[in-house]
Design a protein around this ligand. Structure first.
Ligand SMILES: Cc1cc2nc3c(=O)[nH]c(=O)nc-3n(C[C@H](O)[C@H](O)[C@H](O)COP(=O)(O)OP(=O)(O)OC[C@H]3O[C@@H](n4cnc5c(N)ncnc54)[C@H](O)[C@@H]3O)c2cc1C
Length: 406
């Protein structure tokens, strides 16, 4: 039976596997689909800035098992695009080599840490283990010896992730401080190297962001970065120092390192160039989806490294890899209209439309939309192959997702 290997069990990987199975089922063809991922769960990365991050995962077997996707718990350590094989290492350290007829690379992205003294002391919310480590650290702050910076956090990078964690931290850290002593206050300082907040978000949502920081009491320093980190303080590039035990790094994400093993052209984020069908340019039998793919979205725009695009890229990559293998027509990728929804903690949220990020909703309305994104729209169905395959159709819209009755 012809076989597709999907590498990566994130949003793009899950929907690639489901998209491939969907086409095979629809056309009543035989196809084996295998997904390789080191963990047993789909990690809901967009929620890792929230408290109790260990909740933010869904069993891959409950999503993909009923649809007949075979899963291998292992890390891919090498890809041979000439011999069409991948090398894996499992949790026991055992290596194996697997052949693919078509490969979909969906290994996501990873945070790039800065080269500064004490960089190993930086926290982050990029992965489930890192977000969990931060959560445990925050809850243990009351156990530290009293000191000026005990309930101070410094967040580095005022982009999407930095803004979400900084605004959320006012409440999270405030709650921790209050358990220690009534009236104990949290302090959050946001540090941004550019001279503006949310530089990559553009001017559209900036006023709303500035208002949110003011109302919540999040301080910010622009035009500076981190120079050195110590266990109980951080020094900024302008010489300012803050007493703190909590410095969170959010700046700079790149495509996962496995992209470097594919002999294709890469963009400045390390993403692989793909054609309209999401096949990696000039590399036979290899597709890319999610944060590893530099796909064209709308004229003049490439996809963003975001969940909205990862889901859609996965569905098309799965469909097209299967179509290629089964001798069926491919469907050129088309992105859903680009929107963003930025959480601003207890202030609310800001929802924008289009590449110029025009604000279309703020406050409680945007917050409710963010809740739906976070708690409903990005969760694939579990234990239900028919519903999974219905949603795996590249024409499916989140508006067709049924909200559970409460
Ligand atoms: C804190 C935070 C907040 C975010 N907020 C938003 C948001 O509000 N909206 C939004 O749209 N996006 C948001 N994002 C971005 C979004 O999470 C990513 O764009 C999305 O997860 C990309 O999906 P993906 O499937 O490409 O990669 P991932 O979800 O990262 O999945 C990659 C998968 O590949 C696996 N993998 C990695 N290396 C290997 C290997 N060598 N072998 C096998 N498997 C491997 C990983 O284990 C994982 O299963 C946020 C991200 C973070 C960290």
């Amino acid at each position: 039976m012809p076989g597709i290997i999907v590498v990566g069990g994130g949003f793009a990987g899950v929907w690639s596997a489901a998209g491939a199975v969907r086409l095979a089922r629809e056309t009543r063809r035989e196809l084996s689909v295998t997904l390789i991922s080191p963990g047993d769960d789909l990690v809901i990365r967009p929620r890792l800035y929230q408290s109790a991050p260990e909740r933010m995962r869904v069993s891959l077997d409950r999503i993909l098992g009923p649809a007949g996707v075979r899963r291998i718990a292992a890390t891919v350590t090498g890809i041979d695009t000439t011999g069409q094989t991948v090398t894996t290492t499992d949790r026991n350290g055992l290596s194996a080599e697997l052949h693919y007829d078509r490969l979909i690379l969906a290994t996501g992205s990873e945070l790039v840490r800065p080269d500064v003294p004490g960089a190993d002391l930086l926290f982050d919310v990029d992965t489930l283990p890192a977000a969990t480590e931060l959560d445990i650290h925050l809850n243990r702050l009351p156990d530290l010896p009293p000191g000026a910076g005990r309930f101070t956090a410094v967040v580095v990078g005022a982009g999407f992730t930095g803004l979400e964690i900084a605004t959320e931290l006012m409440d999270r850290l405030g709650a921790v401080a209050a358990t220690h002593a009534p009236g104990a206050k949290a302090r959050v300082v946001l540090v941004e190297r550019a001279n503006t907040l949310g530089p990559e978000l553009g001017p559209g949502p900036r006023r709303e962001i500035t208002d949110a920081l003011a109302v919540l009491g999040v301080e910010y320093r622009l035009g500076v970065s981190v120079a050195a980190v110590e266990p109980d303080q951080v020094a900024l590039s302008d010489g300012t120092q803050f007493a703190t035990h909590t410095v969170i790094w959010t700046a700079g994400v790149r495509a996962n390192g496995l992209t470097a093993g594919i002999p294709g052209v890469r963009d400045r984020l390390g993403r692989l160039e793909v054609d309209a069908n999401l096949a990696v340019t000039d590399v036979p039998a290899v597709y890319a989806a999610g944060d590893t793919a530099a796909a064209a979205a709308d004229p003049g725009h490439r996809v963003m490294q975001c969940c909205q695009h990862a889901l859609q890229l996965g569905k098309f990559a799965g469909h097209n890899a299967a179509a290629d293998l089964l001798g069926l027509p491919a469907v050129p990728f088309s992105a859903t209209p680009y929107v963003t929804c930025l959480d601003l903690g207890s202030y609310g949220a800001v929802f924008t439309d289009g590449w110029d990020r025009r604000v279309v909703a703020t406050g409680a309305v945007a917050k409710e939309r963010k809740r739906k994104v976070n708690e409903l729209w990005i969760y694939p169905p579990t234990d239900d192959a028919d519903e999974l395959l219905r949603q795996a159709d590249y024409r499916f819209s989140v508006r067709q997702i049924r909200e559970p009755a409460v």
